[in-house]
Ligand binder design. Structure first.
Ligand code: SAM
Length: 329
């Protein structure tokens, strides 16, 4: 089935398929598969990063919609970033990043035990195991204190990584009450974790402040000489496409409008800004939503591939928009 191979490989630039874990040693890459993840667009993104970043003059990086952190890992390892502020409204995601930042060795022990226990099971037992883990994960969310780091966070972070690596299509999806509801996947030999990558992620996260936050909070932290990359939930490209279910809170046109005013406000403080979203013109050439919201800034359109859709026929070539408040060479 196509989703099996999609999970273990990702398309890169010239449609060459490579393993998610093929990379030079010591290079940190996303450890979760995340809807809207920018891993496949990094080669194209390079062109749109600010010149001052490439020249080593911007040393602080902000990413208020962190997700799998593909752009953070790329920028932080490619350029001269000394400090990063990584925020997301999804408390489970932030909990997991904080565990990797603080306690990666113990996390690896939990993951190793998942790997051993899960891989020795037959297909039917793996499904049962997955649904048991999903139920306990959902039940425990009512008793977790997401604000204060504790030992309890370790098994929870391991459980999230396990569920992400073994669920259908690797999709993190919650229902309206916040329960994780992705069904079990069916992979022959899923790699639950990559030790070298998690160690590299731990290392690079030492420069980061990681926080559960709504995107508007970023303004309290921003300093001069910084670069902000904004990758909000996509504005759905069709009525049936739904990429907004990362968390129980919604991200509709109102939030896109609020984000555009934040963009304008930050622009006035001389911050270098780059924002990405799906292009509504993919579906309706007359939909000028983002062209109007970001009027006066530079809007680029680049080809992208939508990988996460349970219907393989709906994963195809579409445009993504990139908005910058600086010219790109
Ligand atoms: C398109 S994804 C980011 C993907 C990321 N760039 C990557 O490469 O994986 C959007 C992220 O925004 C987060 N989010 C949704 N609403 C938010 C809000 N109001 N404030 C901050 N983050 C939010 C979601 O939890 C999700 O992780």
């Amino acid at each position: 089935m196509s989703f099996k191979s999609d999970f273990l490989t990702e398309e890169r630039g010239n449609s060459q398929s490579v393993s998610l874990f093929d990379r030079s040693p010591g290079t940190a890459k996303p450890f979760l598969k995340w809807a809207g993840g920018k891993g496949q667009l990094l080669n194209q993104f390079k062109k749109y990063y600010p010149k001052q970043l490439k020249q080593g003059m911007l040393k602080t990086y902000y990413e208020p919609f962190l997700g799998s952190g593909a752009v953070f890992f790329d920028v932080a390892q490619r350029y001269n970033i000394e400090r990063a502020f990584l925020f997301d409204i999804n408390e489970e995601l932030i909990l997991t990043y904080q565990v990797i930042q603080n306690d990666v060795s113990k996390l690896l022990e939990y993951l190793d035990s998942y790997q051993k226990n899960y891989l020795k099971l037959d297909k039917k037992k793996r499904q049962e195991f997955y649904y048991e883990q999903r139920s306990s994960y959902n039940l425990q969310r009512f008793s977790i204190d997401y604000e204060h780091y504790s030992e309890e966070w370790l098994p929870r972070a391991a459980q999230l990584i396990f569920l992400n690596r073994t669920c259908f299509n690797g999709l993190y999806r919650v229902n309206a009450s916040g329960a994780f509801n992705a069904p079990a996947g069916d992979y022959n030999n899923p790699k639950i974790y990559d030790e070298q990558n998690l160690l590299a992620v731990h290392q690079i996260l030492q420069i980061a402040e990681i926080k559960i936050a709504d995107f508007k909070e970023v303004t309290h932290y921003i300093t001069d000489n910084s670069f902000v990359y904004l990758d909000p939930p996509y504005r759905p490209i069709s009525k049936t496409a739904n990429f907004n279910s990362y968390s129980k809170s919604r991200f509709a046109d109102l939030e896109q409008i609020q984000l555009a005013s934040l963009f304008r406000k930050l622009d006035q403080s001389g911050i270098q800004l780059m924002l990405s979203n799906s292009d509504p013109k993919n579906n309706n050439p007359l939909d000028h939503f983002f062209d109007e919201l970001y009027d006066g800034f530079i809007i680029h359109r680049i080809p992208a591939k939508r990988m996460i859709n349970s219907d393989a026929s709906k994963r195809g070539a579409i445009n993504e928009i990139i908005v910058t408040n600086y010219p790109c060479s």
